[in-house]
Design a protein around this ligand. Structure first.
Ligand SMILES: Nc1ncnc2c1ncn2[C@@H]1O[C@H](COP(=O)(O)OP(=O)(O)O)[C@@H](O)[C@H]1O
Ligand SMILES: [Mg+2]
Length: 228
């Protein structure tokens, strides 16, 4: 049997949204395979279904049909609790808007996935500090989220996404909300840390500079992923 470590397979994935009488078919019998360590840029028009795809892929939203295998495990055949556990241990998410918890400081936000997984506070804190150092925020550990700039908030979000050493990082327009300089910094970090930690990276982006740093560029078109 082939080595499934780090591998993600999407098999005949369909997803639609029904609003009143209208049915929007967003993903249509989509097939795609991601191998360990691969870096993929996903592009596509606004509203085409890129975020939907990442949510389905990352165990956040059930497809109507089809299967997602994460390291050989058919995730949507599992209980919600088991899916949440796989998400916590194997998948890192980064969104356009950071989705950090505003009432907590930087290091507390980064610790959160580790604490949720049952790792003790001391170890979680040490790991969170290490990751904040990696993203260049050793001087911002105790800052509240609201006291950080947009670029710093995204770097905290990146540290939080990485703390569990996921097999894959899913990033949904991570620099869509940043100015050019901050975008470039976050791109470099994504690329560097991906290389250092040897994880798979799937990034939705309109930024062609970032897309060109990836191994593969695909676009979402008429419900399927096609090479560009
Ligand atoms: N929960 C939902 N209910 C109904 N329609 C939705 C929902 N989420 C997304 N959509 C619609 O599905 C389409 C794809 O959305 P999305 O995946 O967010 O696109 P993208 O990320 O490519 O801009 C859009 O037309 C959006 O309005
Ligand atoms: Mg989107």
């Amino acid at each position: 049997m082939a080595n499934k470590k780090g591998c993600i397979v999407l098999e005949n994935i369909s997803k639609s949204y029904k609003t009143g009488e209208t049915v929007l078919h967003i993903l249509k019998d989509l097939n795609f395979t991601v191998t360990k360590g691969e870096k993929i840029a996903v592009t596509g028009a606004s509203g085409i279904g890129k975020s939907t795809l990442l949510h389905v892929l990352g165990g956040l939203d059930h497809p109507d049909h089809g299967k997602i295998f994460i390291e050989g495990e058919d995730i949507y055949s599992l209980s919600d609790e088991k899916v949440a556990d796989i998400r916590n241990r194997k998948i890192g998410f980064m969104f356009q808007f950071h989705h950090l918890l505003p009432e907590f400081n930087a290091v507390e936000n980064v610790m959160m996935p580790s604490l949720i997984s049952g790792i003790d506070k001391k170890t979680s804190l040490r790991k969170a500090e290490d990751f904040l150092k990696k993203v260049g925020l050793s001087k911002r550990m105790k800052h509240k989220v609201t006291e950080l700039s947009g670029g710093e908030q995204q770097r905290v979000a990146l540290a939080r996404a990485l703390i569990m050493d996921p097999i894959v990082l899913l990033a949904d327009e991570p620099t869509g909300n940043l100015d050019r300089k901050n975008s470039a910094d976050v791109h470099m970090l994504l690329e560097e840390l991906n290389r250092e930690l040897e994880m798979t990276l799937i990034v939705v982006t309109h930024n062609m500079e970032l897309a060109s740093l990836m191994d593969k560029q695909v676009t979402l078109k008429e419900g399927s992923l096609v090479s560009v």
